[in-house]
Design a protein around this ligand. Sequence first.
Ligand code: ASP
Length: 447
Amino acid sequence: MSKGNNWLTVLIVIGLIGGCLFGQFVLHNPSQPITDKHWTKEVGYLILIRPLMMLIIPLVFVSVICGVTSIGDPSKLGVVGGSTLFYYAATMFIAVGIGAALVTTIRPGDLDEESRDALIDQARSAEVEGGSIARNIAQAKEAKRDTLGGAWMNLVQQMIPSNIIRNMSENNTLAVIVVGLLFGLALALGGEKTQPAVYFFNAIFDALMRIVKWIIWLTPIGVFLLVAWTVGKIGLGDLAGKWLKYVATVLIGLFIHGFIVLPLILTIFSRKNPFRFMWQMRRALLTAFGTDSSTATLPVTIDCAENEGGCSKRAANFVLPLGATINMDGTAIYEAVAVIFLCQLWGIDLSFTEVLIVMVTASMAAIGAAGIPSAGVITMLIVIGAVNQSLLGRGVEQLPEFLIFVIIAVDRIVDMCRTTVNVWGDAVGAKIITKLAPDPETELDSA
Ligand code: ASP
């Protein structure tokens, strides 16, 4: 572990704490809330998110090609790919299970009448006011991504791209991964003829990771500004108010999954100390917390996993980009808790089958959520739609969509925490898959 990395960790932690304090004590003013256009957010995006996002498409493309070509053998690739997808599905289903069990036991939506009415009134006026998330919701509806069928069609279309250049320019990572996989496989099977291209992509990967190492030094100031904006907008006081039980339920779920379930899985399958690995991944986890985006964090995740966490290039180059796109354990917990919480708040008692519907659709909504801030709120419309469909069958009043604004009020802070668990889930996957696909030089270490 290098001295530079230790310094960087200290600076990021200072950035996070400083951002909280600055946001709470300097920016937060309930009578004059800061807007989406506040300078802290604008500058934070300018100096951290934009440079990281600039690298995403080339990095995903090249990293998948390098991962696939280094695995080489298609049957081994099949085993690695299959195990990765199984890991994603299993951990996400455990995650929604935890979320559903907690929210039905704690029942955060059973509030006294006054708090309940206040939350609902606030949601009504927030819907009228609009804002960036409301605009994203409207866009999702227009593109018919708010229904299960529409969202899956969208995923399938990304998996069968017709114009990769357009997909790249639209930041469609899934399409880029699919083309990277095909291309990597073709290069791996090309033998001597394609070997120069394999060297070429490995060299490009190396160069991209060097740029990542430079950009990473912008993380402390970037997370300072982004966290200051988030806390300044929402205010930590709100978390202790009417939202307390809801936020606490999500956080307990994230804690159980992040500190108990995933470490246990890692211990069972890789026989490594999970907390040591968590420490090795600290820069990625802190960046995820500060940026709210697993996609923007991806370059840092790859850097930590390969250079500190002992993950093989074969596993990490393939598992992490795919994970940042579809594996979202934190989002899965959050979707389950949030929808059942809203039902409780609206006085709807869900049957066991309906809770199961929430669990299944919440996993799908998490898969469909992009790794960007507040993406989970938008795909939650899918879960609400599915629940409403089943309530219709029972003749029970449906959940009005404007209620989603109840949770949007505190979403950014919850998002910081769930994004951290999303990235942690990807990292644990990469570490486990390293066992199946070690690099020649790490073979001894992971044996
Ligand atoms: N912000 C999350 C991520 O980037 C997605 C979400 O739950 O909104 O992983």
